[in-house]
Ligand binder design. Structure first.
Ligand code: CAO
Length: 541
């Protein structure tokens, strides 16, 4: 019998990946493509499949090891001619047995395991179709004389809602297939005969499950071929109904967390094959490893550009915060359907008041900038318009209504953007908010914020007023409902009904998650906010 070393296949560019699972043991008999070990790179995991059907002779890796493409992970012994020959002989012998003796066994109980090497002819039956009846045979995947492994697909049937494989009940040689494409079959129908190779009794046919309906084909004279995975097959009939794939492929897809309808099918009648699944995983690993933008979003990856061809450049690593911000921005931009509403708040009186209070604030050691007023006004608006103080639940089917008002404040730091959260803003006074905003901004710039200091906000304020600009469209910091972008205050001529008067106008841009709230909710929130900023006495109401 021929031996062959098993090597790690092309990992799609990944290197030194972790062995996270050993799926077989020495002595196991496997079919070609069966998963032997599972390896995991930084961002994805994949099976290392058996290069051929055979018996595992040795495994030279263990969980936790690191492997690369081409590394030897073990040896497999090909089940060669010799085995097939002895199976033939055994089959001849078994044919001498009177068929009548086997019949009652098939109806009542499991047959005794056949001695090692003995081949038994058995009928192959359509397994439980999970309630479907008279389904179409859409594909014949084997022919008489073919060697198959247990569980290998023999024919593919298709009901109203899905297609499924009829798997081989045992490893062995196909003697005949008695159906053809276009035929209709039901649970229990005989579709062919297999000469099953029993190995030391281990691969003996499964106990005969009582068929739900009598088989219309000739009465069973050999042990029933009912496969052992009926429950699995039932489930397979109901999942991803639009995708054509066999149970083995579906199982692998589930294990790998792959949504089958994303995989490009190359099999007959557009069926997803194991190779398709591996190709898909390989592509994803490649994309993930290369850090390509657009993974999973169906977007074409960004082209790789060598900027030095245009002029001198200096390429430096991004800070950790910058990388996290970039990932969050992409996630939020792609997941949240944004709408941005604009308005200008007339804060002439607010500014007069703020300036009149500055000296007093300074005596208390507090800087009274517009930010604490914005925090207080936004908190009042969230309380006044509770339909805006919400988040979309993770399941996309529920709305979370909040009875607290925590507001995030975007802070520009040398290491990147940080958003500390000020809690219970509605319950705090202006001085307290001014103090806390200053402390939080300092902590952010000194890198002293704890994870909890940046969690739990209902809403965020991003003020670029001290920097400049007339407006910008901020990105919602999901799962928060919205974000207020504040630009630079400027004096504008405003018509008061009789004349134009100079007023200090603050440009506001409110971006919100249109899945969680509608334009009406956002419009009412913004109008309330603008009115409160226009007359801060309203905060007392
Ligand atoms: N228009 C005009 N002037 C404004 C203003 C506005 N909208 N907002 C603030 N100012 C003034 C302040 O009043 C202050 O002047 P005075 O000292 O004379 O009062 C001056 O600008 C500087 O303010 P500041 O920046 O020190 O403090 P702040 O309270 O306005 O802002 C903070 C604090 C933390 C929000 C701010 O420092 C910051 O980091 N902003 C950047 C936020 C950011 O990066 N957003 C983008 C996120 S999305 O990419």
């Amino acid at each position: 019998m021929a031996k062959q070393v098993i090597k790690v296949p092309d990992l799609g560019g990944a290197d030194q990946v972790d062995v996270i699972e050993i799926a077989v043991a020495v002595g196991d008999t496997v079919a070609e493509e069966d998963a032997l070990i599972v390896v995991e790179g930084d961002k994805a995991s994949m099976d290392v499949p058996a290069p051929m059907a055979g018996k595992i002779l040795s495994l030279s890796v263990k969980e936790g090891d690191k492997v690369s493409e081409g590394d030897v992970i073990g040896e497999i012994e090909v089940v060669g001619e010799a085995a097939a020959d002895s199976a033939e002989e055994a089959a001849e012998e078994s044919k001498q047995e009177p068929a009548a003796e086997a019949a009652p066994v098939a109806e009542e109980a499991a047959p005794a395991p056949a001695p090692a090497g003995e081949a038994v002819e058995q009928e192959i039956k359509v397994p439980d179709l999970g309630g479907a009846d008279a389904v179409d045979v859409i594909e014949i995947t084997v022919a008489a004389g073919d060697e198959v492994g247990e569980g290998d697909s023999l024919i593919v049937v298709e009901g109203d809602k899905a297609s499924m494989d009829v798997p081989s009940p045992a490893a062995g040689t196909i003697v005949s297939i008695s159906v053809k494409e276009g035929d209709k079959v039901s649970t229990g129908d005989v579709i062919g005969v297999i000469k099953a190779q029993a190995e030391g009794g281990a691969a003996a046919p499964e106990p005969a499950a009582p068929a739900p309906a009598p088989a219309p084909a000739p009465a069973a004279q050999a042990p029933s071929a009912a496969p052992k995975r009926d429950h699995q097959l039932e489930r397979d009939l109901t999942v991803s109904a639009e995708v054509y794939a066999g149970p083995a492929v579906r199982k692998l897809a589930r294990e790998l967390g792959v949504t089958l309808n994303k995989v490009k099918a190359t099999g007959p009648r557009n069926r997803v094959t194991k190779d398709d699944l591996h190709a898909y995983i390989k592509e994803q690993v490649q994309k993930a490893e290369s850090g390509a933008v657009g993974v999973g979003a169906g977007l074409p990856p960004m082209p790789e550009i060598d900027f030095s061809q245009f002029g001198p450049v200096n390429v430096e690593p991004m800070s950790k915060i910058h990388k996290i911000t970039a990932a969050n921005m992409s996630r939020n931009w792609l997941n949240v359907p944004h709408v941005t509403q604009f308005d200008d708040a007339d804060i002439t009186e607010l500014e007069d008041f703020r300036k009149s209070m500055k000296a007093e604030a300074e005596k208390r050691g507090v800087r009274l900038t517009p930010v604490p007023f914005l925090l207080k006004a936004a908190a009042a608006a969230l309380r006044a318009e509770p339909s805006f103080n919400v988040s979309l639940h993770n399941d996309g089917e529920q709305i979370v209504r909040k009875d607290y008002v925590h507001i995030g404040m975007a802070v520009d730091t040398p290491k990147g953007l940080m958003v500390p959260v000020i809690r219970d803003v509605d319950k705090k006074g202006l001085y307290e908010l001014a103090e806390e905003a200053t402390e939080m901004a300092l902590a952010a710039r000194d890198g002293k914020l704890k994870p909890r200091d940046m969690q739990g906000a209902c809403f965020t304020i991003s003020s670029l007023g001290a920097i400049g600009g007339t407006g910008f469209t901020p990105i919602v910091n999901a799962p928060e409902v919205g974000i207020l972008g504040v630009s630079k205050l400027s004096v504008q001529p405003v018509w008061n009904g009789k004349e134009f008067v100079p007023r200090q106008m603050l440009p506001l841009a409110l971006s919100y998650d249109h899945r969680a709230v509608n334009g009406g909710d956002a419009g009412r929130f913004m109008t309330y906010l603008v009115n409160v900023l226009g007359d801060v006495r309203r905060l007392l109401l």
